[in-house]
Design a protein around this ligand. Sequence first.
Ligand code: GAR
Length: 188
Amino acid sequence: MKNIAVFASGSGSNFQAIINEIERGELSAHIALLVCDKSEAKAIERAKSHEIDTFVFNPNAYVSKEEFEQEIVDELQTRNIEFIVLAGYMRLIGTTLLRSFEGKIVNIHPSLLPSFPGKDAIGQALLAGVKVTGVTIHYVDEGMDTGQIIAQEAVSVDEDETRETLTTKIQQVEHRLYYKTLKDLLSK
Ligand code: GAR
């Protein structure tokens, strides 16, 4: 069973979905650490209630990305982490982490990439008036949501769709697609 780390910045509903699937015996992995860049994120409470270690840091307290990423790498290596799962971590991964975990970092994004990269992909899709959007899971490289695509699933945008209804539909897909994809990746 592989030791993994989950990185999150917010609510952590994807983090929770992964925890649930591990606890149900559907996904074989050990979440050895939650890395979080926001001290008020709900993801931290979720980690605590499942007795998962946390590394919470304030990016503004460091002189550079390299400096805080080196601390993260140290934390990951101490725990023998083999794989990094980004779950709503709203920060570009820098070369320090990429070099130490080459080909071992994946991200989930709420659109069919390469459409609507970056922030508020759901809002971008609604504004563009597309009839189909979706979810992408991809390897992480130095770009903004540009790494090699691993899995995608489409979600229809209906006539009366609101931000709330579309977010719910996308999250339902995310919570299923992420653990299924991780199951494949972690068994390799
Ligand atoms: C998810 O929808 C995820 O796809 C998105 O943030 C949300 C986090 O929700 N990620 C990105 O937009 C990355 N560019 P969660 O904290 O409830 O898992």
